[in-house]
Design a protein around this ligand. Structure first.
Ligand SMILES: Cc1cc2nc3c(=O)[nH]c(=O)nc-3n(C[C@H](O)[C@H](O)[C@H](O)COP(=O)(O)O)c2cc1C
Length: 355
């Protein structure tokens, strides 16, 4: 008999909460159950099939007949619990199509709005007491200025193909190791691989996998981007189910021509940073890359969309990184769009609704 490795135990007088953070289930144990579990943790071979508590602990998955291996993890248990505990969030009724998604999302928003919003003000000063700033000036060269002002999240795409040249531009400027920065003498040896975005410890722990749904000059599929060579490597064909099924049921993006899964190589961060605070940096780095991608896409005249809502285990399989220390963190995509923030189905629903 074995103890499930994905458990943590919280003291909650008069009992204990046993939390299976991988399967997202919790059990409250009274003193008898908690005492028995303590004995079984000390020696799992004490398991007795005539003991009702032992049987119940087994049925609850707290004990397991076969040994469960947990993946490698280089930081403390706390960050591991958080990381695994926030993966593969169960959804009772995943929306199967865009109409279902729209209805579910609208009812979720109604529920949220029925509760009072958090207060807006965190300042003790009135507007009149604050220091008014001068109007912002235009940046040198219009591109960045325009991209910053025009970037927006679009949820309506035409499905039109993107050229390979645009894809190359997007990948090089957001993820590529810039040739233009190779000969910077101010950088320490071994840290010359520089991107347009900053990278925690200069490790470039984040990587990108391309979702090619409709690119002119490239077969549909999943590709790994090699930032040093500025090249693509085919990893898998496209998933059989439409994209929305793997991206939190958000079916309005099914015809998005191009996307990028941003992953983090935790092993690179473990190598340099022992403390799990570095875990936060992986997400911050992914955020930088995502914003850069969106600004380049906007400058190319494309609409952008982003999400962190996806079924982690399915994405890991799709990218062929399951069981490795590389984890998917975020998705960002782009394509020709009419620029609408709401998909047609959501607009139709809003027009139907009485309020
Ligand atoms: C971390 C993060 C996660 C997001 N996730 C989603 C998402 O799952 N689906 C979606 O449609 N938009 C998502 N968005 C987009 C936001 O809804 C959007 O940025 C926000 O409404 C402001 O609109 P704007 O981007 O057009 O300025 C996300 C944005 C961020 C920064």
């Amino acid at each position: 008999m074995h103890i499930n490795p994905y458990l943590f135990i919280l003291p909650r007088t008069p009992g204990q909460i046993v939390w299976n953070y991988k399967d997202h289930v919790q059990y409250e144990l009274d003193l008898d159950y908690a005492s028995r579990l303590t004995k079984l943790i000390a020696n799992p071979n004490l398991f007795d099939s005539r003991n009702i508590i032992d049987i119940q602990l087994l049925e609850a998955g707290i004990l397991t007949i076969t040994k469960i291996d947990s993946p490698p993890w280089g930081w403390d248990e706390l960050s591991k619990i958080y990381h695994i505990g926030t993966q593969n969030i169960p959804c009772e009724h995943p929306p199967q199509n865009i109409q279902e998604w729209s209805r579910q999302y609208l009812s979720h928003c109604d529920e949220v709005l029925s509760k009072p919003a958090p207060g807006k003000e965190r300042s003790l000063m009135t507007s009149a007491q604050r220091i008014a700033l001068p109007a912002p000036r235009a940046l040198n060269g219009d591109n960045l200025d325009d991209a910053l002002r025009q970037r927006k999240t679009c949820r309506s795409y035409t499905g039109e193909a993107i050229t390979l040249e645009d894809v190359a531009t997007l990948l090089y400027l957001s993820l590529g190791y810039l040739h233009e920065r190779e000969h910077d003498d101010s950088v320490a040896n071994g840290l010359h691989a520089r991107r347009s975005s900053p990278s925690g410890g200069g490790l470039n722990a984040c990587e990108g996998f391309v979702l090619a749904q409709n690119l002119r000059g490239l077969e549909p599929g999943i590709y790994a981007y090699h930032p040093d060579e500025h090249s693509l490597e085919l990893i898998n064909p496209l998933p059989e189910l439409p994209l929305g099924h793997v991206l939190g049921g958000q079916h309005f993006i099914n015809n998005l021509p191009f996307g990028l899964f941003i992953t983090a190589r935790f092993d690179k961060l473990w190598w340099k940073y022992e403390h799990s605070r570095a875990y936060r940096m992986a997400f911050v780095e992914a955020g930088h890359l995502s914003q850069t991608f969106q600004l380049v896409a906007t400058a190319l005249g494309l609409g952008t969309w982003l999400t962190g809502a996806f079924a982690d285990d399915q994405i890991e399989k799709l990218l062929k990184i399951a069981g490795s220390p590389e984890q998917p963190l975020f998705f960002v995509g782009c394509g020709a769009s009419d620029g609408r923030a709401m998909c047609q189905e959501m607009q139709d629903l809003l027009q139907e609704s009485p309020t």
